[in-house]
Design a protein around this ligand. Structure first.
Ligand SMILES: NC(=O)c1ccc[n+]([C@@H]2O[C@H](COP(=O)([O-])OP(=O)(O)OC[C@H]3O[C@@H](n4cnc5c(N)ncnc54)[C@H](O)[C@@H]3O)[C@@H](O)[C@H]2O)c1
Length: 356
């Protein structure tokens, strides 16, 4: 074991230490920029992503565990996030709906280089990509944000968007009155100079310049609304649709909007795009960002960013935290893998023990 390489472990506590040290706004700004760069420079010849896969089940706690992989050929590394989604976690166990860990492997050997808590990083990277999409599609003067769903993701959605726009009002709604009532106090630490207005779905749609739908609506229970009146330029970040049969936005609204999926391959399986035919789906966020001029006119139109969540974002966020950990000299180095002295004899350690 002595010669075995170590694995860097970043626990949730390390993530908190980094955020406390760097500052939440600075971390979000860094992540927004890195997310933008990762999408705009995305090259499928160097990055191989596989659509998410996993297990879903009704018992013992309705939910799913999935894995999301990406291989960066040039960097000889591979990142896999394993993520659990159990929407009754808050009620049953007082823990977040989404728990995850991000692992990073060396493709030269298969060695596990790092293991990073993914709970807060997942929320952060989901907020960051909505910020990137909103900057591209949202009206420059946007100052009213709407939130449908006031769970864990809503905090970083608001945070991300607030770094791009000078928000004056935030309208919000959650089907669970306790989540709705506690929302304002949960976002107080963002120190935003805006009014928070508890509202209804229809009023949020009427008022918002930019809106995030981030609910744990059940499979087959969508959409969240029908025939709502909106501003002509409303941009929606639809982040809650991430499973076959689960969607938030009505087909009628999607049909009159420009729909930009994060990644068509995944969005047609489990995003809002599962409701659409190929000809009704716009370019992916990769292409829209690469060719931003071509998409400039979309700013005055109805747009939907169909965010299913990509392994690319997990790679970006874990790299940021690992870099900060290195600079701060924190994290745990553990030798996990048993690389036996005789590589052709996994029992060789027994011989060594006997000898000594
Ligand atoms: N796109 C991505 O990359 C990405 C990343 C993380 C999470 N998500 C998705 O975002 C959603 C929210 O995740 P979370 O971590 O905030 O979960 P959460 O459980 O913390 O919050 C979800 C909230 O939605 C509310 N809700 C459920 N049905 C509703 C309805 N019909 N109307 C209004 N509110 C409703 C719940 O009461 C709850 O407060 C989930 O569906 C999750 O899978 C997507």
């Amino acid at each position: 074991m002595q010669n075995s390489p170590s694995t860097i472990i970043l626990t949730g506590e390390h993530i908190q230490q980094i955020i406390t040290h760097v500052g939440i706004d600075a971390i979000m700004d860094e992540l927004i920029e890195a997310t933008y760069q990762a999408f705009v420079n995305y090259d499928s010849a160097d990055s191989v992503m596989k659509a998410r896969s996993g297990f879903n089940y009704a018992e013992p706690n309705e939910g799913l565990v999935e894995w999301m992989p990406i291989r960066k050929i040039g960097d000889n590394e591979l990142v896999i996030k394993v993520v659990g989604y159990h929407p009754r976690n808050p009620e049953l166990h007082q823990i977040p709906t989404i728990l995850s860990t991000i692992s990073k492997y060396d493709t030269k050997t298969g060695h596990l280089m790092a293991l990073v808590d993914g709970v807060l990083p997942t929320s952060l990277r989901t907020g960051a990509v909505s910020a990137v999409a909103s900057k591209l599609f949202g009206k420059k003067e946007s100052e009213i944000m709407g939130l449908i769903g006031c769970g864990a993701q809503s905090i970083t959605q608001l945070h991300g968007i607030s770094r791009m726009f000078d928000l004056k009002e935030v309208y919000y709604y959650d089907i669970d009155p306790i989540s709705q009532q506690s929302f304002e106090s949960r976002v107080a630490m963002l120190n935003l100079d805006c009014s928070f207005i508890p509202s209804t779905i229809n009023e949020i749609l009427r008022q918002s310049d930019i809106l995030t739908t981030g609910t744990s609506i059940g499979i087959g229970e969508g959409p969240l609304f029908e025939n709502a009146k909106t501003k002509d330029w409303l941009h929606i970040n639809a982040i809650g649709s991430d499973f076959p049969g689960k969607f938030e936005i009505p087909l009628s609204f999607l049909k009159k909007s420009y729909v930009c999926p994060d990644w068509i391959k995944q969005a047609t399986i489990e995003g809002e795009c599962q409701q659409l035919s190929e000809s009704q789906i716009g370019e992916s966020l990769f292409n829209c960002l690469k060719d931003a001029n071509k998409h400039k006119n979309l700013k005055g139109q109805l747009t939907v960013f169909d965010s299913t969540g990509l392994a690319l974002q997990d790679l970006v966020v874990s790299t940021i935290f690992l870099n900060h950990a290195k600079a701060m000299n924190i994290g745990k180095a553990l030798i996990i893998e048993n690389e036996s002295i005789d590589e052709k004899n996994p029992y060789s350690f027994l011989t060594t023990l006997k000898k000594s």
